[in-house]
Design a protein around this ligand. Structure first.
Ligand code: GRF
Length: 205
């Protein structure tokens, strides 16, 4: 079903929580069918269980290669009925086989304005670089890290007295608004993908 979303997380799950809140507030018309994590202690799993959502820990050490792990992940996601996959701080690089299994149906949120500041330390890197503006990107996932077609972006000002923690806090605030919005566009079939360009079709009557 088009509205079934699986969320993949490794950490805190604040974006997962924002998605859950948007569903409860009916600004996001979707269902989270499963939350999967590669870390047993991920707070995201706790948040999912608290919300009554199936929460699966998939242990990377139980598989002999990234390909095998990703095939198991594909199995979990298919069985859950997921149509869309939302990566929310999932700290693994997905294999081409995984990307192929859900082509143009995997979203990721990145805490910078891509293509600037790719990688796992984007917020600290923007601050260290001396940038005046950073932001948030939601994009479709392709075979390269932090690279697929951009769905939505929003800026975040960097202030002279910012620390990594204070900047992260404002980045998170923007993420928590932007990701549910982008997922709503996705599940309602509004993303029109032409190569690298993603346009929004007009709302259905
Ligand atoms: C977010 O900042 C996201 O941009 C990045 O990972 C972080 C996940 O945070 N990809 P949380 O687990 O949702 O709090």
């Amino acid at each position: 079903m088009q509205g079934n979303v699986a969320v993949l997380c490794s950490g805190q799950g604040t974006n997962l929580q924002a998605i859950l809140d948007a569903i409860r507030q009916r600004t996001l018309h979707a269902q989270i069918c499963v939350v999967v994590s590669d870390r047993e202690g991920a707070l995201a799993l706790k948040k999912a269980r608290r919300a009554g959502i199936p929460a699966v820990y998939l242990n990377p050490n139980a598989y002999s290669s990234r390909e095998e792990y990703d095939q198991a992940l594909v199995g979990v996601l298919r069985r859950s009925g997921a149509h869309w996959i939302a990566l929310a701080g999932f700290m693994r690089i997905l294999t081409p086989g995984f990307v192929r299994a859900f082509r143009n149906r995997i979203l990721n949120i990145h805490p910078a304005l891509l293509p600037a500041f790719r990688g796992a330390h984007a917020v600290a890197d923007a601050l260290k670089f001396g940038a005046k503006v950073t932001g948030v990107t939601v994009h479709l996932v392709d075979d390269h890290v932090d690279h697929g077609p951009v769905v939505a972006q929003a800026p975040v000002e960097i202030r002279s007295n910012d620390t990594p923690a204070s900047l992260l806090k404002r980045v998170h605030r923007v993420e928590h608004a932007l990701y549910p919005q982008a997922i709503q566009w996705a599940v309602s079939g509004r993303l029109k993908i032409r190569g690298r360009r993603v346009n929004l079709s007009s709302r259905k009557p």
